[in-house]
Design a protein around this ligand. Sequence first.
Ligand code: SF4
Length: 91
Amino acid sequence: MNHRIENLNSAGLHEAECLFDPELHDGPTATIESEAARAARTDVARQVCSACPVQSACAALATRNRPTSGIWAGWTVPELAALPAETAVAA
Ligand code: SF4
């Protein structure tokens, strides 16, 4: 099973918008993505996150687990990594 689907479902975040199209947030697995395509996909993924009903819980999950790929709660992995270690977002 896809790690995103597994992580969100095991956290009880069944209403996560990205469960409908995980590739939008994780990127393509079968093709190489250009920088421009990645930037455009990231923008759309951030928009989806901003309207997601479980965004705050997702932010808490992401700041706790620090995923190494994909867009989580509107953050890229480098953005997540730049957050202070003590950052804790209430669910
Ligand atoms: S906030 Fe974004 S990454 Fe988090 S569950 Fe919702 S759509 Fe997925």
